[in-house]
Design a protein around this ligand. Sequence first.
Ligand SMILES: [Zn+2]
Ligand SMILES: [Zn+2]
Length: 162
Amino acid sequence: MAESCQAFRHVASGLTSRFFLTFHFSVNIVIVIITIMQRVTKQREILMKVLRERRDHPTADSIYTEVKKILPNISLGTVYRNLEKLAEQGTIKKIELSGKQSRFDPVTLNHAHFRCIKCGIVEDLPFNAVPGPLDHEEPWVRERKILDIKVEYQGLCKKCRE
Ligand SMILES: [Zn+2]
Ligand SMILES: [Zn+2]
């Protein structure tokens, strides 16, 4: 009787310690996940702050240079991934201008861009220059799914024109 009781106690304590080990392990995993999530949130907040302060539609490389001043350990890959994710979510807009590196825009409403062919600066047009809505009854439009409009004007900016 005493022996079986001992054996039971042994098994029970084994189970308890295994339970606590598993529990401890799960808690650690949760802590790691929360830490990663907090880090990603912080990185995205800083990315958004940098982007909102710039009106020149910066490239990922240019954003990286700015962000690195605040988060010295961040990698270019992380900046790229976060920007892609934010664009995917619709928080920012990724603009692909004719054959150039993608640029990022905190303004997500439809608007037209002007690109200087000499210095490469990208500006927002201060007035509405985006074509009006499409006629969705038009057979050509009905057969397709139109998702976006991109209007890009090219020329020489104020500085380069002088
Ligand atoms: Zn220019
Ligand atoms: Zn813009």
